[in-house]
Design a protein around this ligand. Structure first.
Ligand code: BES
Ligand code: MN
Ligand code: ZN
Length: 495
């Protein structure tokens, strides 16, 4: 995994290395591409026109055609951008990924990019660079034999684009955070333990001079975090409650204070309500993807240094079984004094988040956003491309939803139907940790969390479906997507 260098060239072909030459081309209609922008380009008549005809290239998004280019001894790649009126950041990101993958197939270490004038728009330039940096991600940490055969891009020449290295660097900082999240989620649970998450936070704190507080089990007990600690009981791995904080260096007051909370269950076997049948226990290393998104965001924010105070909070634990494990029916007390009957030990995420939310609110922040692989029901409702967002503060909800299309990380607002709260009534305690068995599981989970926030603006993202891909798609290979990092960073920088 290596990030290619970007160069801005005001042309000419002589300067362009003997690698590939990539043209971005719009689709005009189902049979013809939009070529009016292209006439006059180098080797338009000799190479591009015949290639369009031969390959019946239409410019449809995601399509490519390649041909040898004798004048440069390289290759020409046509990249379909889709219809001009439908172009957006995500289409550019995906086109960049297509360029990256096609060059790898062609074993080309360099490429010159001609995307008409599109990349003179900063948001598109950023999206293009993000698409490239995300595509470089390759996880060979656990392979004994690494791929040494493929030549990946080392150099990208942007033709006729106004020099703008800061935008490329911004994209690199953001995607480095997303790629860190992918590393954390992809690594198995025998590597990523609560201690390892704490170690990662420690390294970020050193790298970016962030404040760090790691609460051990005894510290959490002193704070009365009975909900969180009930989940940690059955595990041999010590729990780590991680609190990392970025503060702007300038003397000016930060424009706002935000707390981000990530569910950090490094392995969820379900506890005594053991995951059986098709509950996909073998995938439950990804149950810390919220924590990974929060640490990835810390990586990016540490590098970007915006004028906001950001707290990164993770109540990390395994959900395992031993002789001390929580028994279904046990009653515990959370740090806000509420008592919970744990009628299902597999609804553990909300128990860890409950105490994290109480802790976050005590910091006096302006808003709290939590990210969690909280419910299987979320995957049923929205599938693997869209996360659910829950909350009651319109300003917070709107600003998060506005960040979504810019990043291509899709979220959809779900209802917090208060009347469902009743289904969590308990005979013995203030409430149970699960609701109606018949449906609405993502909503009752969100309502449960809401009981632990008193007055601070709060939003909850259920990312259970979006953090993992069985199949490669666009700039993601199979495995972890790093979902949430780009959304959170965009939101923090633009709201
Ligand atoms: N980590 C799971 C949620 C999950 C399941 C994420 C499948 C992705 C795929 C969570 O801790 C869980 O087990 N939730 C239960 C809640 C139920 C017991 C009320 C679920 O969704 O089945
Ligand atoms: Mn569970
Ligand atoms: Zn879980």
């Amino acid at each position: 995994m290596q990030y290619p260098d970007f160069q801005f060239l005001s042309s000419q072909l002589a300067q362009v290395a003997q690698g590939c030459y990539a043209f971005g081309i719009f689709e005009q209609n189902d049979t013809t591409p939009e070529t009016t922008h292209l006439a006059g380009l180098p080797f338009y008549n000799d190479v591009v026109v015949p290639l369009i005809q031969e390959a019946q290239f239409t410019g449809k998004q995601g399509t490519t055609a390649t041909a040898n280019c004798l004048p440069t001894r390289g290759k020409v790649i046509l990249v379909g951008l889709g219809k001009q009126e439908a172009i957006d950041e995500e289409a550019i990101r995906q086109a960049a990924s297509t360029v990256y993958r096609t060059c790898a197939q062609l074993h080309s270490p360099s490429v010159a990019i001609h995307f008409m004038a599109l990349l003179n728009d900063k948001t598109y330039l950023k999206a293009f660079a993000e698409g490239i940096f995300l595509s470089t991600y390759l996880d060979e940490r656990f392979k004994s034999k690494k791929d040494t055969k493929t030549t990946y891009l080392k150099k990208i020449d942007l033709l006729h684009v106004v020099e703008d290295h800061p935008t490329i660097q911004l994209a690199q900082k953001i995607t480095t955070g997303a790629n860190l999240a992918r590393d954390l989620v992809n690594a198995p649970a025998n590597h990523v333990t609560p201690s390892m998450l704490a170690q990662t936070a420690t390294e970020l704190a050193q790298k970016y001079h962030l404040e760090l507080n790691i609460l051990e089990k005894e510290d959490c007990a002193r704070l009365g975090m009975g909900a969180y600690l009930s989940v940690t009981q059955g595990s041999s791995e010590p729990p780590k409650f991680i609190h990392l904080c970025y503060k702007p260096k300038s003397m000016a007051q930060p424009s706002s204070k935000i707390a981000l909370i990530g569910k950090g269950v490094t392995f969820d076997c379900g506890g005594l309500n053991l995951k059986t049948g098709n509950a996909q226990i073998e995938l439950m290393k990804f149950d810390m993807a919220g924590a990974a998104a929060v640490l990835g965001t810390a990586e990016a924010i540490g590098a970007i240094q915006p004028n906001k105070e950001v707290h990164f909070i993770i109540a990390a634990t395994e959900n395992m079984i031993n002789g001390s494990a929580t028994k279904p029916g046990d009653v515990v007390t959370a740090s806000n004094g509420k008592t919970i009957e744990i009628d299902n030990t597999d609804a553990e995420g909300r128990l860890t988040l409950a105490d994290a939310l109480v802790y976050a609110e005590k910091l006096g922040v302006d808003a709290i956003v939590d990210l969690a692989t909280l419910t299987g029901a979320m995957v049923v409702a929205l599938g693997t491309r869209i996360a659910g967002i829950f909350g009651t503060d319109p300003k917070l909800m709107n600003s998060l939803m506005a960040a979504s299309p810019r990043t291509g990380e899709k979220i959809w607002q779900m209802p917090l139907e208060e009347s469902y709260l009743k289904s969590m009534d308990s005979i013995i305690a203030d409430m149970r940790n699960t609701g109606n068995k018949k449906g609405g599981g993502s909503i009752t989970a969100a309502l449960f969390l809401k009981q632990f926030v008193e007055k601070t603006a709060w939003a909850h993202l259920d990312i259970a479906g979006t953090v993992w891909k069985e199949q490669p798609c666009a700039y993601h290979n199979a495995g972890a997507t790093g979902f949430g990092v780009r959304l959170l960073v965009d939101w923090l920088l633009n709201s």
